[in-house]
Design a protein around this ligand. Sequence first.
Ligand code: HEB
Ligand code: CA
Length: 345
Amino acid sequence: HAALTRRVACPDGKNTATNAACCQLFAVRDDIQENLFHGGQCTAEAHESLRLTFHDAIAISPALEAQGKFGGGGADGSIAIFSEIETNFHPNIGLDEIVELQKPFIQRHNLSVADFIQFAGAVGASNCPGAPQLAAFVGRKDATQPAPDGLVPEPFHTPDQIFDRLADASQGEFDPILTVWLLTAHTVAAANDVDPTVPGSPFDSTPGIWDTQFFVETQLRGTTFPGTGGNQGEVESAIKGTLRLQSDHTIARDSRTACEWQSFVNNQTKAQQMFQFVFHDLSIFGQDINQLVDCTEVVPIPPPPQGVTHFPAGLTIADIEQACAETPFPSLPTDPGPATTVAPV
Ligand code: HEB
Ligand code: CA
């Protein structure tokens, strides 16, 4: 027989939920969609809200705790609660803006700061066609002290540094393979501060779509900078206007991760499911899942992806730096027309 799920009627008179604790999220969702994400767009505020989830959650270190030091609380809202401290940490450069934009929303709703940050990131991502529906929980405990500096990965870190940091924060769960899964987020991303002369330089040619172009384009031979050369953490990209992080470049070519990186090319299902999985776990770092209520049903189901996986105009498989030793790079069509130039977001 069919399972019966009793739904509760929410006090707003409009919505129902599987758990009454989720009712408050409908108003939060509608408010941020309208007034933070410009009517449900996958634009800069959505990207930055997604980045913020990572920078709050990743700041937790069992290794520091083992040395008798405070290791941070993970997804505990500390990046906003102690924003004067944490947004001054070097890897958090630029996040002061989205933290300040989110503060009035946090004030007029009744969520913990920690819950708000993760929920806003999930709703922001849902505006990007092709994204997975990301997990939303309520019930996180807010931070009572700031995270220590030094726990957020930098684009100039080596793969070893990044893999070690993610393994520490996740108590061994996030290995190099899962690190690749996490980096799917850079399909809807841009850099403002890596090269401040060209703010809003996207990491792929489709920063408004959750597709696999990021995995294609980071594997192409670098030939150009969107602005000036010589910035820390940046290497040449293949497409005018896009910016390539050194960390994305090296992880795409590292023998431990190159084949996993390539396996995302033209695999939309994988780009959705693997990120959905790692975000679920990342978004509750430092929290006890048994104290949380799953309210994922409140996150909009994203629209389907647009376009087919392709080489940008002017580029072919001959421009790929083959790094996976086991499997040839997939064959893809090349976009017609003159060489692609990508506009800032
Ligand atoms: Fe990320 C962005 C790095 C991971 C999400 N990044 C970004 C940037 C950088 C990075 C540098 C730029 C900033 C500026 O503005 O300038 N990441 C990084 C690293 C890592 C990462 C190193 C490790 C490997 N991410 C990550 C993750 C995630 C992310 C995991 C998810 C969750 N990012 C992101 C986003 C973005 C970024 C979304 C975009 C933002 C905007 O657009 O604004
Ligand atoms: Ca994209």
